[in-house]
Design a protein around this ligand. Structure first.
Ligand SMILES: [Zn+2]
Length: 340
């Protein structure tokens, strides 16, 4: 099969790779209908994460089940399925508490490289959620978004306790931040402040229900959020970047007693203890347990109540993945969908 392999900073190639096979009796192999490039793929692409050997890329996927192992009982060949970037049994105590990305048996699905024609998914029964039937082509991007960016934005909004009567600020205007705006509104937030200085992203944030746009960053961004909230700060802030500046911006834009939901993969972030102590801010986040939200998100997409697929503003054949990485790296595209 064809698949994307990262060889070093800025150097991705689409190559012939071995077809995945069933390795454990709980596995499934999918023929992918669509896959995509994630903001987090840019960390190794930019050299911020070390690349020591050729690495298959991609962890977002939707597709049709080709084959299942002997112990798989609920997932069947022919089903169209969505899954998350960590495989989980969905039965252990941690999963049942809603933290499937910390499942005691978790395995990274991305290790197999989802930017490819086929993908092996471990723990198929616990990991995959099937759709009611084969989706119309126009639903595929939205179902693919549910695999990571929608589920992650949703977790960010839930972790920040977005809800009725709340003012929610979102730090980060990548796909996750934009979908956190959508999630906050769906969860009933009264006011959603999107922090973005890029016109096309501001436009999509407004379409997804943002009520205010703040272009300033850092301390100026914090000051603007306070101005918009009677000097107090937002009740809920979603952090969807993962840098020192964005984490501090999120903490400082939150009112005492408020909640930060952090879902940007942190890189070299350290928080000042004394400031944190006196802030009275709740912090919760981490790798989003997308599996917790998947059944509800698939239903909302299937019934066309939400349209998260709009974050894909560039679609390319899998073989042109390198151009897709460049477009995301240069911020010419919000998110790139690849057709295997
Ligand atoms: Zn588990």
């Amino acid at each position: 099969m064809r698949g994307v392999v990262l060889h070093g900073p800025g150097h991705v190639r689409v190559e012939d790779r071995a077809d995945p096979t069933i390795q454990a009796p709980t596995d499934a192999v999918l023929r992918l209908a669509a896959t995509c490039i994630c903001g987090s793929d840019l960390w190794p692409y930019r050299g911020a994460d070390a690349v020591t050997e050729p690495t298959p890329m991609g962890h977002e996927y939707v597709g049709v089940v080709e084959e299942v192992g002997d112990e798989v009982t609920t997932i069947r060949p022919g089903q169209f399925v969505v899954g998350s970037f960590f495989a989980s049994d969905n039965t252990c105590e941690i999963c049942r508490a809603g933290y499937q990305t910390s499942c005691v048996r978790r395995e990274p699905v991305g290790a197999g490289g989802a930017q490819a024609e086929y993908l092996r998914v471990p723990l198929a029964d616990g990991t995959l959620v099937s759709t009611p039937g084969v989706p119309d082509a126009d639903l595929v991007p939205s179902l693919l978004a549910a695999s990571d960016v929608l589920g992650t934005g949703w977790f960010g909004a839930v972790a920040a306790e977005a809800g009725p009567g709340k003012t929610v600020a979102v730090v980060g205007d990548g796909a996750v931040g934009l979908l956190a705006v959508l999630a906050a509104r769906q969860l009933g937030a009264e006011r959603v402040i999107a922090m973005s200085r890029h016109t096309p992203r501001q436009k999509l944030a407004l379409e997804y229900g943002a009520t205010d746009i703040v272009e300033e960053r850092g301390d100026e961004g914090v000051a603007r959020v306070k101005e918009l909230t009677g000097g107090l700060g937002a009740h809920s802030v979603v952090e969807a970047v993962g840098t020192q500046e964005s984490m501090l911006q999120a903490v400082r834009a939150t009112r005492p007693g408020g909640h930060v939901g952090y879902v940007g993969v942190t890189h070299d972030v350290s928080l000042p203890g004394e400031e944190l102590f006196f802030s009275h801010v709740h912090l919760h986040g981490g790798p989003a347990p997308v599996r917790r939200f998947l059944p509800g998100l698939v239903d909302a997409i299937w019934n066309r109540r939400i349209d998260p697929g709009k974050v894909f503003d560039l679609e390319l054949p899998l073989d042109e993945a390198a151009a897709g990485y460049r477009a995301m790296d240069e911020r010419q595209a919000i998110k790139v969908l690849l057709h295997p």
